[in-house]
Ligand binder design. Structure first.
Ligand code: KIV
Length: 275
């Protein structure tokens, strides 16, 4: 059955954990859909993992639309949530609405995600008011990496923790259907989860959240530029890929690939006429 915002709300009410992963292309999305994941985030982390940027600041609307459309084509039951890139919503409610609309119409998203708390509540209200579901994102918000002074754990002081709780209430009141909590202390994430009516999706926020998300290259050992502490390697696909690439190079070099079973044939009498 197609997963929707209702799946998220019912999961919270029934105490069932929500599962999310990032994906950026058709074939990966298809595999995740077949595995039964609840939702895929087309994250602006594609700036790091797919495009090789240092951070997510350079990611454009065109990048997001291109990858979102590919992921959407790969899903049947999975809900597709798409990140609003840096400066596509911070500038005004109007920009937020126009760009969220593009992600839905051109990227075939089912919901959008945007980073920030109280400051972006007018944008969340404008977008949800137009019938577009919004997932909020608090804690470590990578688009603010320059203001945060790096990828650090957030909400450790009393003041910072109180601000996070206020921001969580604010995005809920503004109409967000769920909120990502990234890189915050596990006990604080559990507290916020207990206080909110909407589900929390944790990444580096412990086991007390209503659901979890990981960047798929992190959980498959495919991205070694930066490996966060919270990223469990569920399989070392990176090592398997490297070994397969090395085998391919060897077999092409020594002529063992392609073998008899990989070739197409032509009748010898036709071939003779060609000499
Ligand atoms: O862009 C992304 O992948 C994200 C997740 C880390 C939540 O925002």
């Amino acid at each position: 059955m197609k997963k929707t915002v209702r799946t998220f709300q019912m999961a919270k009410e029934e105490g069932r954990k929500i599962t999310m992963l990032t994906a950026y292309d058709y074939s990966t999305a298809r595999l995740m859909d077949e595995a039964g994941i609840d939702a895929i985030l087309v994250g602006d982390s594609l700036g790091n993992t797919i495009l090789g940027y240092e951070d997510t600041v350079s990611v454009t609307m065109e990048d997001m639309i291109h990858h979102s459309a590919a992921v959407s084509r790969g899903t049947v039951n999975t809900m597709v949530v798409v990140d609003m890139p840096f400066m596509s919503f911070q500038t005004s409610e109007y920009d937020a609405l126009v760009n969220a609309g593009r992600l839905m119409k051109e990227g075939r998203a089912a919901a959008v995600k945007l980073e920030g708390g109280k400051m972006v509540c007018p944008q969340i209200k404008a977008v949800t008011g137009a019938g577009i579901p919004v997932m909020a994102h608090l804690g470590l918000t990578p688009q603010s990496v320059n203001a945060l002074g790096g990828n650090r754990v957030q909400g450790k002081s009393e003041e910072a923790a109180k601000k996070l709780i206020e921001d969580a209430y604010a995005v809920q009141d503004a109409g967000a259907f769920a909120v990502v909590l990234e890189c915050i202390p596990a006990k604080l994430a559990t507290l916020i989860t207990d206080k909110l009516d909407i589900p929390t999706i944790g990444i580096g926020a412990g086991n007390g959240c209503d659901g979890q998300i990981l960047v798929y290259q992190d959980m498959l050992g495919m991205f070694s530029d930066y490996v966060p502490k919270f990223a469990k390697k569920f399989a070392d696909v990176g090592a398997i890929m490297k070994s397969a690439f090395a085998d391919y190079i060897k077999e092409v070099s020594d002529g063992t690939y392609p073998a008899e079973e990989h070739i197409f044939k032509i009748d010898d009498d036709i071939l003779e006429k060609l000499y």
